[in-house]
Design a protein around this ligand. Sequence first.
Ligand SMILES: NC(=O)c1ccc[n+]([C@@H]2O[C@H](COP(=O)([O-])OP(=O)(O)OC[C@H]3O[C@@H](n4cnc5c(N)ncnc54)[C@H](O)[C@@H]3O)[C@@H](O)[C@H]2O)c1
Length: 257
Amino acid sequence: MSAPFVSARHDGRVALVTGASRGIGHAIARILAHDGADVALLDILDSVGAAADRIADETGRRTLGAVVDVTDEAAVQAALADAAARLGPVDILVNCAALTTNVDRVVKMPRAAFERDLSVNLTGAFTAIQAALPSMTERGWGRIVNISSGAAEIGGFGQAGYVASKAGLVGLTKTVALEAARKGVTCNALLPGLIDAPAAAAIRGDMRERIAGLIPTRRLGTPEEVGYAASFLASARASYVNGATLFVSSGQELFVF
Ligand SMILES: NC(=O)c1ccc[n+]([C@@H]2O[C@H](COP(=O)([O-])OP(=O)(O)OC[C@H]3O[C@@H](n4cnc5c(N)ncnc54)[C@H](O)[C@@H]3O)[C@@H](O)[C@H]2O)c1
């Protein structure tokens, strides 16, 4: 007898995405909603409310937008509680909020800027996971997707704080994966390559072209291409994928000549 069919959709599930006002986080929230989830969008930007409304109009799903700084533990906990009260307990957590603009060589990088990268990109994800995980484990189902970066594996010139935070996020992912595995919760990381979204827009035009020349497909990825991978990891179909790091880069990390 064959095993029961498992749907790729998220009907009846509630997702919460941090850093969801724009770019990759917004695309992830939009795709999760298209795939059936009700979605809470968190961001430090005021535009998050309008971003949530746009997704509700387009998909017919329930959404909410909340202005939250992921470094504020009490605010993150309150946002999780508010999402649970208005949409239902959070089943899918996507940590996408990040600072991407701190660029300097190690010897010149101010310590405060390095620590700020860690605080938003790594401790922010830790805080959201701490707030969301107990309810997931109690209910025996959950999906956590952390948006790391290909730079976590290959480094990034002038990006010590960013890269250290994204590599730390991979370690956090694997540890949560181990601790939650027997409770029906998975935790995985996506490692995007160069994606046509705000973080990459900050890169100088000539440098962007040089990098694009090293990408096997010779083009930047789209935020949606990251969103589709996130939606898979967030689905019931990904039940046996845990602690994984998935490049979404068209093979940018491979040897290209
Ligand atoms: N674009 C790329 O090429 C690329 C490549 C690899 C990884 N990534 C990762 O993808 C994610 C999204 O990047 P993006 O290109 O869409 O850039 P982005 O700057 O638009 O995304 C970051 C989002 O996080 C929000 N944010 C920043 N600080 C916050 C805080 N303290 N609290 C809450 N929200 C906060 C920002 O307002 C923004 O909406 C980031 O984690 C980034 O590191 C991007």
